[in-house]
Design a binder for this molecule. Structure first.
Ligand code: ACM
Length: 268
């Protein structure tokens, strides 16, 4: 199957223009799954909850979801996109999986980063892979990378491929995702954004360097820190189903779960 990402610079507060940009960039692209960055249509650095509420959309009545569904129909592919989601009184930093028939899956970011905690509600959707074109696909968002439990939980439920919309501002994630891929024997597509946002609360620089990593932890495609790019790569998900690191070491069967109890307990 062919997977990829679109690394770009969303314009803050301009969802319509960002949608047009995505439509232009992905016109004619032949792929099965393309991943876009976190908060791919609104921008990232909200001033407060009121500003986020103005820009967030309800998935059942969203020009962005409608536009992306049209694009998926035309191109016959699936998109995994970061999305500012309004659901009644709640506001979530979400990732949507959209295909030719519309919304397939929604994940709401579990681990909010820094000031996101001031305006987003914490995610409340389960970590659950879905099947697309014969691949089991797990979705995680940006700062979820620092919690290895996220990738592990998705992999233990059969994920072959992690789709990872991101708006990275720290320097560690790309290397960490190589480890997430290696320790779980899964592919990972990290779609990061580029550019800078100058907003009332300050300036943020986003680090680009989107990448696709294979189950051996090798980077098989990547981008620079600042170039906008659509990058595609052919992958073979059957290699992610082999969990042997040596003939005597199965990454999942070798776990000594009886010693790991504190991993899922609350910090004292
Ligand atoms: C992040 O989670 N956007 C760093």
């Amino acid at each position: 199957m062919r997977v990829g990402y679109y690394q770009y610079h969303p314009e803050f507060g301009a969802p319509g223009r960002n949608l047009e940009k995505v439509e232009d960039a992905l016109a004619g692209v032949e792929a099965d799954i393309v991943v876009l960055p976190e908060l791919a249509f609104t921008g990232y650095f909200f001033e407060d909850r009121a500003e986020l509420r103005e820009l967030a959309e309800d998935v059942s009545d969203s020009p962005i979801v409608q536009g992306l569904t049209r694009l998926c129909k035309t191109n016959n592919f699936y998109l995994v996109v970061g999305f500012a989601e309004r659901c009644k009184e709640k506001l979530y930093n979400s990732a949507l999986v959209i295909g030719p028939s519309g919304l397939r899956h929604r994940y709401r970011k579990l681990h909010l980063f820094n000031t996101e905690k001031e305006y987003f509600d914490p995610g409340d959707t389960p970590l659950k892979p879905i099947e697309i074109c014969g691949a089991h696909v797990g979705v995680m968002i940006c700062f979820d990378w620092v919690f290895p439990e996220v990738a592990r939980s998705l992999a233990l439920q059969g994920a072959d491929l992690l789709c990872h919309p991101s708006n990275l501002v720290l320097a560690y994630c790309q290397k960490a995702m190589q480890t997430r891929s290696l320790e779980n024997s899964v592919y990972a597509v990290t779609a990061n954004r580029t550019g800078k946002e100058v907003r009332p609360r300050g300036e943020l620089f986003f680090t680009g360097q989107s990448q696709i990593v294979d189950p051996q932890g090798e980077v098989i495609a990547s981008s620079s820190a600042d170039a906008e790019a659509v990058v595609l790569c052919d992958i073979d998900v059957s290699t992610a189903r082999n969990k042997f690191m040596t003939e005597n070491n199965d990454l999942f069967d070798d776990r000594r779960t009886e010693y790991y109890g504190r991993l899922v307990s609350v910090h004292p």
